[in-house]
Structure formats: C-alpha cells, structure tokens
Design a protein around this ligand. Structure first.
Ligand SMILES: *Cc1c(COP(=O)(O)O)cnc(C)c1O
Length: 366
C-alpha cells in the first residue's frame, strides 16, 4: 500500500495502565490516578443533573454546529459565535489546524518539551518540525522561536501554561512576539489549563484576538471543567481564520450528550473558582514538600507539577504505582529525572507526599 512515508515511523498513542490493571498487578484495594491532569473533584453537579434529565433522542444526529453550546461559550467569552470552532477535544482542533495549514512544503515551530500532539500532527502532514528548547525555568524562548520562522512557516504553537512544565508565557514577551511575528503565520496559543491560572500578570488572550487576527486560542472542557471523557475543546479566533478551518471539521464531531454537558459545566463558574483555589492550595503543599526535601521543581500555573528527583523518573513512577498512585514519569516527557504529578484532593496530595518521602528515605540509604 502507498502509505505516506512518515506513517512508517509513527507510533500509536500508548495509553497508561488503567486503574484496574494496577489494582490487579499490585493487589491493591485503592488506586489513585494523578497522571493526566484530570480534575480530582470531577465535574459540576449541574452536569450530573443535566445527564440525569437529558431526554435526547439517540437516533438523531447531533447538532453539527453545536449551536446551543456555541451561543453559551460566545456569551461567556464575549466573542461572536462565528469566532468558535468546536472539536472532539482540543486534540481535534489541533488536528484540524494541522490538516488545513501543513503539508510537505511547510514548516511549523514549537517549544520542546511541550504538548506532543502539535509535533505528531505536523509529522502526519509531512511538515518540517522546528523545535526550540524551553529555558531552564521551563519557559518558551520566544525570541529563538521567532528566529526559526521563515517563508515556509505556517503555524507556531505556544502552550501557556505549558505542559509538562506548568510555566506560563509572560505578557510582555507574548506581546513582543505577536508584534514581530510575520502576519501570514498562524499563532496557536493552547490554554488547556487557563482556568487554573492565578498569576497577576496573565493576559486576557481573548482580548488580544481583536488586535492580532492571526492568533488562535484553544481551550478545553477536559481539565478544570472535569469533562475529559466527553471530549469537547474549542478554538477561538478571528472570523476569517475560523471560517477557513470550519470546513475541515467532521460534520458531527461533537456528540449531543457532550454538548449539553459542556453547556451545563460552563454554567457553573463557582465550581471552577473553587477548583482553582483548591488546586492552588494543593500546589503549595507540593512546593513545601520539594523545599523541605531539597528537590528541584518548577512553579506551576496549571493543575500539575514537575518535580526532579535526581534518579530516573521511571523509578519514582514504579515505586508510587506499587503503592497505588499513578503519576507520569518524566522519561516520556523530555524530563527523564522528573515526574509530573497532577494535583489531587487534599487527602490524595497528603498521601502521595508521604509516599514520596518514603521513596526518598529508601533512595537515600544507598
Ligand atoms: C490535555 C491537553 C490538551 C488536550 O485536551 P483535550 O481537549 O482533552 O483534547 C491540549 N493541550 C494541552 C496542553 C493539554 O495538556
């Protein structure tokens, strides 16, 4: 068969062990997963009551335009409904952008390490990938990213707060970048963790869209809204940009139940506020743990933290998993001596921190 040549080197996404797998393997009663930055508090009770009462006809195709959800998100962000593009998760928005703009004649610029789907989709389309290392604080080097742009460059990917470092792009740097980037380059700003940000100098990216029509912001219902299983994410951009992307979208990519659940979740901003505050307190506990134990870490604006242990992240991961806590080894994330931990509930954080102390005590005996 005549596969695209780049398809031969692609690897399928490797799902982590399920909680059931880990229970069986280590003979545990309870397993906690703090590996994928899901919301430990679930989602708003409004979603639960919507689902209980949803009298949807499952034989009918969903509203492909997601009109109701579109209206609700447009009102929430104070943008026009035509400025929104809904995806089956923001993963699909990334895929649509790549399909529409990238091919063998194009290049695309991104940080490294960052969210892997930008690179993955660029490779599928055959585009040249130009990666610019993060600095030692885990932050984008926007000046160097600018230097990588030439006439072949179609898309630049920015991730703020960045996964897996949790660091954010500062406002002056972002504005400077947007002022200097050539106007024919689409700048994607992935804000999957936007709802968790508490930094005083964080920008209003939606406002920036009015000044920079080449900017496209992506957000998701998977993280703070607690709807990862429903798969709803979206892009917000200028009407021009969105109208070019909209024909790329599969006609019925967002299912009916998910659309309703997302609307119900959006309607409960006090849940989001509460989660943001609880997350902040949780991060503080992890910072204290790191400081008391001499571990390097990065300050996070997201709901996860990258902690450096000075040994292989796999080792830490294995130990914690054997005790019922699934985290993410940094080996696969570009930080081989670290683990990335999703901030859990107060009880989960406390338990995990005491397991990490146990690990350190054992590791330091040698
Ligand atoms: C989790 C995540 C996404 C994907 O979210 P979905 O909407 O669930 O597809 C996108 N970008 C970043 C940076 C993420 O961490």
């Amino acid at each position: 068969m005549q596969w695209k040549s780049q398809v031969h080197n692609l690897k399928a996404y490797q799902p982590g062990k399920t909680m059931e797998d880990v229970k069986d393997e280590f003979n545990l009663e309870k397993v906690v997963k703090l590996a994928s930055n899901e919301n430990p508090y679930g989602c708003s009770p409004k979603v639960q009551s919507f689902i209980a009462s949803a009298a949807l006809s499952h034989a009918i195709y969903p509203d492909g335009y997601a009109k109701q959800l579109r209206m609700n998100v447009a009102r929430h962000l104070s943008v026009e409904p035509q400025q929104l593009l809904f995806g089956n998760g923001s993963d699909e928005v990334i895929q649509m952008i790549s399909r529409a703009l990238l091919d063998r004649t194009k290049s695309t610029v991104m940080a490294a390490p960052t969210f892997p789907q930008y690179k993955h989709n660029a490779i599928v389309e055959g585009a040249e990938v130009r990666e610019v290392p993060l600095d030692n604080e885990g932050r984008h080097q926007l000046g160097k990213m600018l230097d990588c742009i030439d006439e072949t460059t179609a898309v630049v990917w920015l991730c703020s707060p960045n996964n897996p470092t949790g660091e954010y792009i500062h406002k002056d740097e972002l504005l400077d970048f947007l002022n200097r980037v050539p106007s024919g380059v689409l700048v994607v700003l992935d804000e999957a963790y936007y709802e968790y940000v508490t930094a005083d100098d964080y920008y209003d990216s939606i406002e920036l869209l009015q000044i920079y029509p080449q900017l496209l912001v992506t957000r998701t219902f998977s993280k703070a809204y607690g709807l990862a299983g429903f798969r709803i994410g979206y892009g917000v951009g200028s009407i021009d940009v969105i109208s070019k992307l909209e024909p790329i979208r599969e006609p019925f990519n967002n299912n009916s139940l998910a659309q309703g659940a997302a609307s119900a979740a959006l309607d409960d901003q006090s849940f989001i506020k509460e989660c943001r505050e609880l997350n902040r307190n949780g991060l503080q506990k992890f910072y204290e743990f790191c400081e008391n134990n001499g571990l390097k870490y990065l300050k996070s604006q997201a709901n996860f933290i990258l902690i450096e242990f000075g040994v292989s992240g796999d080792e830490v991961f294995q130990y914690l998993m054997s005790k019922g806590y699934i985290v993410r080894s940094g080996e696969a994330l570009g930080y081989p001596q670290s683990v990335r931990i999703t901030v859990g509930s107060p009880e989960q954080n406390e338990e995990l921190i005491s397991l990490m102390k146990e690990f350190l005590a054992l590791a330091r005996q040698y």
